[in-house]
Ligand binder design. Structure first.
Ligand code: GRF
Length: 230
């Protein structure tokens, strides 16, 4: 009954936390939610680096206020190639095992994705595969869906197309605008991202095909909740 597959993350502990680098472009509330959960000891994760791709990102001040190690790698000043090279140097020098994109507005090139294969995660504010890309809340409202939400997924070479780790729904009300829906989804995002990192730091996740599943826990001597197999 054990599930074969490619392991995702690893079994981390408070003494040996999963080392995570967070890439940001904007406000940084997801980064903050992750860092706070880690600092409170809710998840065996350590944010070893925050990298912002632009000096105006509000996330920079937030990360500094949390005492995190922040680097600014300015895309506009460096240009595409030099930017991605520097970004790689920063992330590798930090010793990060996992890269978490949190409101990071750039598409990582294929070489970058391959270098960190199955070790990059992203959060997108829709229930993928619906409404990938830009303005997902506007897309959701214009389509008329009654439920939207957020998705934490592995990053592959496409846009918002990688295997799904966690999804959480949010009702869309008749009066919702992209802004009100974004605010409701954002709150849920913060919990979903922490939950996904908790799973990745449990050493229980495996990738089988496109599916991210919890492997049976016989080896750990306990029973996996929700691990019903058919
Ligand atoms: C979030 O809704 C995230 O899903 C999207 O951009 C927003 C970033 O918010 N990609 P923050 O920077 O984490 O506050």
């Amino acid at each position: 009954m054990s599930r074969d597959g490619l392991p995702l993350g690893r079994a981390a502990s408070p003494d040996d936390p999963l080392r995570v680098a967070v890439l940001v472009s904007g406000r940084g509330s997801n980064m903050e939610a992750i860092a706070r959960a880690a600092a409170r000891g809710e998840i065996p994760v350590k944010v070893v680096k925050v990298v912002a791709d632009r000096p105006e990102a509000g996330a920079i001040a937030r990360a500094r206020a949390l005492g995190l190690d922040v680097s600014i790698v300015d895309y506009r000043a460096l240009g595409r190639e030099a930017y991605h090279r520097r970004l790689l140097e920063e992330v590798e020098a930090s010793g990060a095992e996992l890269v978490a994109l949190a409101g990071y507005m750039r598409i990582l090139p294929p070489e970058w994705v391959r270098r960190f294969e199955r070790r990059i995660v992203n959060i997108h504010p829709s229930l993928l595969p619906s409404f990938p890309g830009l303005e997902p809340h506007r897309q959701a409202i214009e389509h008329g869906v009654k439920v939207s939400g957020c998705t934490v997924h592995l990053v592959d070479e496409g846009v918002d197309s990688g295997p799904i780790i966690v999804q959480r729904p949010v009702p869309v009300d008749d009066g919702d605008t992209p802004e009100t829906l974004a605010a409701k989804v954002l709150e849920v995002e913060h919990r979903a991202y922490v939950e996904a990192l908790s799973l990745l730091a449990s050493g229980q996740l495996v990738l089988t095909g496109r599916r991210v599943v919890r492997r049976a826990l016989e080896a750990h001597g306990s029973t996996a909740e929700g691990s019903s197999s058919s």
